[in-house]
Write a protein of this length. Structure first.
Length: 132
């Protein structure tokens, strides 16, 4: 069966975009599992891996868009992945807010935020322990 040049280009584009998109989906699933287990080390590792996978996928999709377009099915899957990233980010923000409220109850004198904008500690050397 003969295929046209346009069909061949579409097949090549799907073949080039499928691996980076699958990598994003796999990293999202792994991050979701780490979040369910409350495994801090795995969360950090998987979040970094997801960031790298997303950067690679966006690079591939951007190049494909400039060279004639992205198949709608793959564009839809990328949009779903973006929605999952947003949902996980929101869940993590809610968990962080709950943790901050719990720390406020346990350590009422601690008026500075626990986390700086970059995610690091902003406690200025204070410890989280209290003497009874």
């Amino acid at each position: 069966m003969m295929t046209t040049a346009a069909e061949m280009l579409a097949i090549e584009r799907v073949a080039a975009l499928e691996p980076p998109l699958s990598a994003v989906e796999q990293r999202l699933a792994a991050l979701g599992q780490a979040l369910e287990r409350y495994d801090c080390a795995a969360i950090e590792s998987e979040a970094a891996a997801l960031h790298r996978a997303l950067a690679a996928a966006i690079d591939h999709f951007t190049r494909a868009a400039r060279q004639g377009g992205v198949p709608s099915a793959l564009r839809h899957r990328l949009a779903l992945a973006g929605g999952q990233v947003a949902a996980q980010r929101e869940a993590l923000a809610r968990a962080t807010a709950a943790l901050d409220r719990a720390i406020d109850v346990l350590l009422p004198g601690l008026s500075t935020p626990i986390y700086a904008s970059g995610g690091g500690s902003d406690r200025n050397g204070r410890t989280g322990s209290a003497l009874a």
